[in-house]
Design a protein around this ligand. Structure first.
Ligand SMILES: [Zn+2]
Ligand SMILES: [Zn+2]
Ligand SMILES: [Zn+2]
Length: 505
């Protein structure tokens, strides 16, 4: 006899305590996923003779037999050991940067309007155009294919349009693949792929520009259906989830996904230990020479801010140890302020940000750090040597690794080939930084809208917030309540980010 419908049944489920589960129990719960708990990961660690693991959320969100659509390798063939002896299990998103360019073109020609329906229209039109502009849809690929793409673009800087991205099939055309190591790239083949795609690429930008223009001039308007989103016929899962939500104890937090992810990922690559300083080969400045260096700083804020006990966080040298004697015999030293980005760790923010994320890394904040002139010069020198890199291409952790064994009163000896390789491998971080900038823009736009509505139109902040929520829900095809929640979160984000900006000044 088939059960269900005719007679009432009782179903009892137990929600496990994720943090306390044994690895094999977690494997049951995290169906079709992967993590540091999987038998495969443990076998890989053993095979490569390490206990250090760098496993990201891309790897954790796919099953153990996942294979890269670009190089066709499976996870067992993708995992490899980093120069620091860490097992790398990383998958990245690969998306077409022509989309970022098209969105900029669109935004420039279609600034936010005071009219709600126009904003919804513009937002929908922009989303609808992406599949016609992008050369490939956002694809998850392995770390090495992503790396090969970045290296090819760097080799061809100046020839290739900066907004061009090689499609997975094009990457496949210029890599030589081997198991458990990075790909070799053939720059000639990469150039051929770019030349073959060049005209089509230009044509798509032309199309994006025309469409942005057409939308701006009021064409292609489509009425927005008022009211709630249609729910459609009710589904079994809607009913079951409501029953579940009603049955859990009050105060239960729906965070199984976040808990499982926290138990799945691992980041032993970050913050590797500092190598000891070497002995000075140059005579240190005398007390009076150091006093002259201090006096010469005058109003330099960074020097004073750093305080007397400051140590450069990258090379571990003190104010006195960073002093260097110029060719003309004058002692000098400088401390610079640089930005360090900090990953998001708030569960709600992570979940919401992933809706639009371009990278596996989600940045939630930033702070400024004071580093010495020699350390900052590593980034500056790298940019001079290799076009196509930015100040952010090396993180403080990277600098720490590169300047290891720093010597007092001497410039750093840097392997710039290695520095360039590290910088190229940071492409997902560059994506994440762009993404953070986009997030800030969206959050500040919402805050500005609400301020405008309350100050200029004289509406209550509640009404203003409802309008913003409606706009978000309609643009994204969500229920109105979801739009309101998202608007609340974005507003809180705007305030949080403003507070960080202000604290920095
Ligand atoms: Zn691959
Ligand atoms: Zn330093
Ligand atoms: Zn991007």
């Amino acid at each position: 006899m088939a059960l269900g419908g005719k007679a009432e049944i009782e179903a009892v489920i137990r929600i496990p305590n994720i943090e306390a589960l044994a690895d094999d129990e977690l494997a049951e719960v995290a169906h079709m996923r992967d993590g540091r708990w999987s038998a495969q990961t443990r076998a890989l660690l053993e095979r490569f003779g390490t206990t250090k693991l760098d496993l990201n959320s891309g790897w954790a969100s796919t099953w153990t037999l996942w294979s890269c659509p670009c190089c066709q390798r499976e996870k067992l063939q993708i995992a490899r050991i980093s120069s620091g002896g860490v097992l790398l299990c990383r998958l990245e998103y690969h998306h077409d940067h022509i989309g970022d360019l098209a969105k900029r073109i669109f935004r420039e020609r279609n600034p936010r309007s005071g009219e709600r329906d126009i904003n919804i229209q513009v937002s929908r039109a922009k989303d609808a155009l992406m599949p016609l502009i992008e050369r490939f849809e956002s694809t998850q690929i392995c770390i090495d294919c992503n790396l090969a793409e970045g290296r090819a673009k760097l080799e061809l800087t100046g020839e290739i349009d900066a907004n061009f991205t090689f499609a997975p099939s094009e990457i496949a055309s210029f890599i030589t693949v081997a198991e458990n190591r990075t790909h070799e790239i053939d720059v000639e083949k990469a150039r051929t792929a770019w030349l073959a795609a060049k005209d089509d690429f230009a044509d798509r930008i032309d199309f994006a520009t025309r469409m942005a223009q057409r939308i701006a001039s009021g064409r292609h308007r489509r009425e927005v259906a008022p009211g709630q989103r249609l729910l459609g016929p009710i589904q079994e899962r809607d009913v079951v989830y409501r029953l579940f939500a009603a049955a859990v104890p009050p105060g239960y937090r729906h965070r199984l996904g976040a808990l499982i992810e926290a138990r799945s990922v691992c980041n032993d690559s970050a913050g590797q230990s500092l190598k000891p300083k070497r002995k000075a080969v140059v005579r240190p400045p005398t007390d009076s020479e150091f006093a002259a260096v201090e006096a010469a700083q005058g109003e330099t804020k960074t020097w004073n801010h750093a305080g007397p006990d400051w140590l450069c966080p990258c090379c571990d040298r003190s104010k006195r140890e960073i002093c260097r004697k110029s060719n003309r015999g004058k002692w000098t030293a400088r401390i610079h302020r640089v930005v360090e980005y900090v990953p998001e760790d708030d569960e709600e923010s992570l979940a919401r940000r992933r809706l639009d994320a371009a990278s596996q890394i989600i940045i939630g904040s930033y702070r400024s750090v004071l580093i010495c002139h020699d350390c900052r010069n590593v980034s500056a020198e790298l940019q001079r040597r290799r076009a196509g890199l930015s100040e952010q291409s090396l993180t403080l952790d990277n600098l720490r690794e590169l300047v290891e064994g720093a010597v007092p009163h001497s410039p750093h000896e840097i392997d710039f080939e290695r520095a360039a390789a590290i910088a190229v491998a940071n492409a997902p971080l560059m994506e994440a930084i762009d993404d953070f900038a986009d997030h800030r823009t969206r959050a500040f736009e919402v805050l500005a809208d609400i301020r405008q509505m309350t100050k200029i139109m004289g509406w209550s902040s509640r009404k203003a917030r409802e309008i913003v929520g409606y706009e978000i829900a309609k643009a994204k095809g969500w229920e109105l309540e979801e739009g309101d929640d998202h608007a609340d979160w974005l507003l809180a984000e705007a305030r949080r980010l403003l507070a960080i900006d202000e604290a920095k000044q």
